[in-house]
Design a binder for this molecule. Structure first.
Ligand code: FAD
Length: 537
């Protein structure tokens, strides 16, 4: 799967596509898999890299949403629990069971959350990930040895799933490509083709060559997440905006803050959100916030007050208070929350998805969450096929193995998340000395993963590799900075690029990586015109 091959497939295609998808995040890639496996001809265009948007910036939970249970949204929880089980069955190399512990400090908390999580288990039925149970104070501390013991009255244990979002995404892209779909990154859609007010295709720019790409389609699907309004505005002069964007920030700390296998979950913190502190790839992932922002951006920037809030909250629950010096990386993502005249308090907006068909026939699908991407895709294709008058065909993704499927991938150690691809990466690492060794003392990433990302996963830049094919930028921004020159050198050789290109790549990455350090968020705090206001409840 290379970009030149995808461009060649685009050029070879005769006549209109059955379906053209705009946006290469969880929603778009999920739709591409669904459409291709039903036998429709389908092309997907992504303006940046696959997963550049929200889909690489989640909390990485495959979950029913304990929080939505608290809000009484039973149908959303039931659907998500069903999808959680389907995803673990179809991508066992990417989804693992995660034990989570809710600590109880108030006398009522253990019984209250215990009852709620029993309901969660009942809703999951036979597809549960493990039975929840009440924990004594001692067993709570055994599972979370760094938890603040002062006033602790036990806890509640429950189970959800954990996954790597960007890796699942690239595996979905490969699944869709294996099914015959054409998926192109760095192709920005800037206009739509219409006849008599009906959308009949799109025009995009190949961001690498500058060439124009014109694709005719029986139906166009707008799967651009928080950016859907921009595409909707290409077809009509719509006044009602669908999205109320909200930013969620995470900080990544050293593993010693949550050293065991279990995660800490606090159901209600200061701004009304849930806080998680989760073991993630040798680190601790802490999040998140909910900050309304005026407009979505592709590289959302964590704010100093968001970071302070996360550090303060973590310090309340952990024995050792993390400080700014302990932050290895920080990142933000934009929630595509559907507002449509509902409350502007983003923490209260629906996490459910929306499928909308406007008078031009443009199908827009947004909202939802990673966990439910498959269900969203199924409903979107059912709707889009009807809009386009395509022959109805049944969805085939409920039992479809996702690329890399392997039930025993733990045997591959650091390469486990590649699943069935791990063996080939190991073989590739034996072909040259610089492909076998880790690229930094603080990261397990080896050169072969970089070469693999270019040859089979359409990586084009140092950022694509260090942010999304491997997760170093999200785990340890300083290590990622140090690795950039070595990654650029491998990329330049694979892509036959010049020394100048290599230097420009390192500079661009250096600039970007600042956003993932506290220096970046501190500098923005000095900005006299703050870009955000905090959610109030
Ligand atoms: C902080 C946070 C934590 C979360 N945690 C979880 C979690 O733990 N579990 C869970 O299930 N869900 C979680 N979610 C929700 C989940 O991440 C999102 O619902 C999901 O990633 C949205 O995917 P998407 O494809 O709709 O949007 P995106 O991933 O943003 O994809 C949209 C894509 O469209 C592209 N695009 C935009 N305009 C154009 C154009 N003109 N031409 C071509 N391409 C274009 C963008 O570049 C982008 O890549 C979380 C969300 C946030 C913000």
């Amino acid at each position: 799967m290379t970009r030149p091959e995808m461009l060649a497939r685009l050029a070879r295609h005769q006549g209109p596509w059955d379906i053209v998808i705009i946006g290469g995040g969880a929603t778009g890639a999920g739709i591409a898999v669904d459409a291709a496996t039903r036998g429709y001809s389908v092309a997907l265009l992504e303006q940046s890299d696959f997963g550049k948007g929200t889909s690489s910036r989640s909390t990485k939970l495959v979950h029913g949403g304990v929080r939505y249970l608290q809000q009484g949204n039973i149908s959303l929880v039931r659907e998500a629990l069903k999808e959680r089980a389907i995803l673990r069955r179809n991508a066992p190399h990417l989804v693992k069971n995660l034990p989570l512990v809710i600590p109880a400090y108030a006398p009522w908390e253990r019984a209250f959350y215990g009852a709620g999580l029993t309901a969660y288990d009942l809703l999951a039925g036979r597809s549960g990930f493990g039975r929840s149970s009440l924990l004594s104070t001692r067993s709570t501390l055994e599972r979370l040895p760094t938890l603040n013991p002062d006033g602790l009255r036990g806890g509640v244990l429950y189970f959800d799933g954990q996954f790597d979002d960007a890796r699942l995404l690239i595996n979905l892209v490969r699944t869709a490509a294996d099914g015959g779909a054409v998926l192109l990154n760095y192709a920005r859609v800037h206009s739509v083709l219409t006849t008599g007010g009906r959308v009949e295709g799109i025009v995009a720019t190949d961001e690498e060559s500058g060439d124009e790409l014109r694709l005719h389609a029986r139906v166009v699907i707008n799967a651009t997440g928080a950016f859907v309004d921009g595409i909707r505005q290409l077809t009509t002069s719509i006044a009602d905006l669908m999205i109320a964007p909200s930013q969620g920030t995470h900080i990544v700390l050293d593993r010693r803050f949550v050293p065991g296998e279990s995660a800490l979950m606090v159901p209600r913190v200061g701004d009304g959100r849930v806080m998680f502190a989760i073991p993630w790839r040798g680190h601790t992932l802490v999040g998140t916030t909910d900050t309304p922002i005026p407009a979505p951006t592709l590289e959302p920037r964590p704010m100093k007050d968001e970071v302070d809030f996360l550090l303060r909250t973590a310090a309340r629950y952990l024995k050792i208070a993390p400080t700014r010096n302990d932050v290895c990386s920080v990142f933000a993502g934009v929630r595509p929350l559907v507002s449509r005249g509902e409350s502007r308090v983003t923490a209260a907006l629906s996490r459910d998805h929306t499928i909308d068909v406007d008078p031009s026939g443009l199908v827009t699908t947004t909202g939802g969450k990673w966990t439910t991407y498959r269900h969203m895709a199924m409903q979107t294709i059912d709707r889009a096929a009807a809009v386009a008058g395509l022959p109805a065909r049944a969805c085939r993704t409920a039992d479809l193995h996702i690329h890399g499927f392997d039930t025993g991938s733990q045997r591959y150690g650091e390469l486990a998340l590649y699943g069935a691809d791990a063996q080939s990466i190991t073989e590739l690492s034996r072909t040259a000395l610089n492909l076998a060794a880790p690229l930094d003392d603080e990261s397990p990433v080896i050169g072969a993963e970089v070469a693999w990302a270019v040859r089979y996963e359409m990586a084009r830049t140092v950022e694509d590799v260090l942010a999304r094919r491997c997760r170093t930028l999200f785990l340890n921004a300083q290590a990622a900075r140090r690795m950039a020159p070595a990654v650029a050198a491998i990329l330049a050789r694979e892509l036959q690029q010049t020394d100048e290109w290599q230097r420009a790549q390192v500079c661009a990455f250096e600039e970007l990586a600042r956003n993932y350090t506290l220096q970046g968020s501190d500098d923005r705090a000095k900005d006299p015109q703050p870009e955000v206001r905090r959610a109030s409840r």
